[in-house]
Design a protein around this ligand. Structure first.
Ligand SMILES: [Zn+2]
Length: 121
């Protein structure tokens, strides 16, 4: 059974794009074209995406804390360039927080029935 099959009726009604936008366990989900019931990316996808966001966010903070020190301490052209690369790294990291979970949802992990779970802490 492919990851693009509906978990309700078992028919292959999803493609990478619709799966990418189906959201995760905490979202409303996307209706299956065949049976109309809602599907989301499952537990594994949700855990992976949460872990990825945390790791990428820690990297953003680390780069942010490090870059100004490099600016102050080194005036040589080479190291200024390195500091500019750090700013580029920040932009790429922030964009990756938005796009990587969608890409991963599109190509990995199974769909699950949408049961909106309320995580109460
Ligand atoms: Zn279905």
């Amino acid at each position: 059974m492919s990851i693009y099959n509906c978990p309700h009726c078992g028919k292959k009604t999803f493609n990478p794009i619709s799966k990418a936008f189906a959201g995760q366990l905490n979202s409303h989900g996307k209706p299956c074209k065949e049976c109309g019931r809602l599907c989301v990316n499952g537990t594994a996808a949700t855990i992976f995406n949460a872990a990825y966001c945390i790791i990428a966010f820690i990297c953003v903070i680390l780069v942010y804390l490090k870059a100004p020190v490099w600016y102050e301490n080194y005036q040589s052209g080479f190291l200024r360039q390195v500091a500019e690369v750090e700013i580029l790294a920040e932009i790429i990291l922030i964009l990756s927080i938005i796009f990587v979970p969608r890409l991963v949802n599109a190509f990995f992990f199974k769909l699950e029935p949408a049961i909106k779970k309320d995580f109460k802490l």
